[in-house]
Design a protein around this ligand. Sequence first.
Ligand code: PEP
Ligand code: MG
Length: 579
Amino acid sequence: MVSFALSGVGVSGGIAIGRAQLVSHATIEVSHYTIPVGKVDTEIARFSNAVKEVQKELEGLHLALTGGDVPGEFGAFLDVHWMILTDPTLSEAPKRLIAEQRCNAEWALTQQLSVLVEQFEQIEDPYLRERKADIVQVGERVLKRLMGKPGSLPAAVAEEQTILVAHDLSPADVIQFKHHHYGAFLTDVGGVTSHTAIVARSLNVPAVVATHNARQLIRDSEMLIVDGNAGVVIINPDRAVLSEYRLKQSQIELERQKLKRLRTKPAETIDGVRIELHANIELPEDVAQTLENGASGVGLFRSEFLFLNRVGLPTEDEQFEAYRAVAEGMHGHPVTIRTFDLGADKNVQGLDGLARVAPNPALGLRAVRFCLAEPRLFLTQLRAILRASHYGKVRILIPMLASSSEIEQTLFMIEQAKESLREQGVPFDSGVEVGGMIEIPAAVIAMDAFVTKLDFLSIGTNDLIQYTLAVDRADEAVAHLYDPLHPAVIRLLAMAIGTAAKAETPIAVCGEMAGEVQLTRLLLGLGLRNFSMHPAQLLAVKQRVLTSGMTASKHFVDRIRRADSPDKIAALVDKLNAL
Ligand code: PEP
Ligand code: MG
């Protein structure tokens, strides 16, 4: 077996050692394994039989339709599927792939499906473009047949030793992994602060994205080492490399265990400045991890994640139960519920407003814009949050605000929700605080409206960087341009924290920068006193806070604010961290 390495972008630290499991493009997961030379013809025959069986299946369906009380479109629909199935691009091309690559039939078919889907995505005509869904459906029929009669599938391994390898994973895919214990995952595409990466970090498993072609090069069941810190993947490592990484793995585990001792220690700098360390969560069940890591509150509950793997949004009661569970679970500590940040990479099936593909989703109908465009949906969520405020210290956080009119419209909606609850005699905390996320440069530059109209602020650095530098946070092609240490980002942060301090409006950072230990001292030096991050990072950041002093860092932070290049800033941050 050939040993080789791939590099990508490490988005979640730690080391995992385990076996690869490939996740396919189609909704069905397929394996990828090598066929012995003498078995290639048998594999091709297995594929041909599966295609024939699906042909019979379609013929049977057609027969069942004739004479019945069934609309004519169904017949036409089956005809389209028949044509797709018998087209050589689907029924012949995979055979060639099996022979050339000596791969299993399922893998050959999924590869060919990916090619066809990509071709259809380039088609201008929207009707024809939509036919790609039919291709996937036909392909999946054949895949199911193949999987019902598998070839020599590799043996299954425990989840903890399973490393998922995918071309791409959506935030909705990754959130489902909360119910599994996979060892790590790798994707061909993705950026450091894509929501997929963020959820990987919250799962506390190593993850490497932007590997470009991991899914093509790695085979099912191959032994892998994933180094999430270095962004490196080693395929089929030899024994020496394996034992070196096993040692590293146990050292990391030892460090993690040591950090646990800090759980109940107050987060204070050497000079006695008290720092709030809050947690970012996606689901109510994350409260357990939040408390385990000693967070003094929830600084960001990404409420939209609750509802990703379903059709449509949940009822007010369902939402209320979820919010109440978090409010009660945090025992009086603040719980900051961010209203739905849907759109861009987080879509919900069945919501008309999100059905169309926006020309540029990150600049489109996302977050508060979407909520204001769908007032009924927004009111339902606001009522559910307000009802939960009766059971703990709940705060409302509005994402992606850009202007004072959006703030006013939102506050008006909150008043309406309160009024309707009052009329029905439903209890809620009438003093519930309302905050805004600072994620758009315009919000920093014109922050006076924010500090006068809102009770608190939270800087979403993931989006603030994306919108300041015009770099799509989920696109690996520009991942190298995504830089938290760009002078424009640092100056905007300094400006936001400074303006809020002057107005005595509490401000936090809840983007990924807050959980980055290398940036803790910089943020402290810029005046930040409230950090919100995924719980797994909390104790490491606390450790850094405990060894940091404000006075000593002042000189470096002043120079950082004036520096004119990311390199100079990075060098100064290194010096700051070495103090
Ligand atoms: C951010 O943009 O920094 C943020 C915290 O929100 P999200 O990552 O969910 O967009
Ligand atoms: Mg954001």
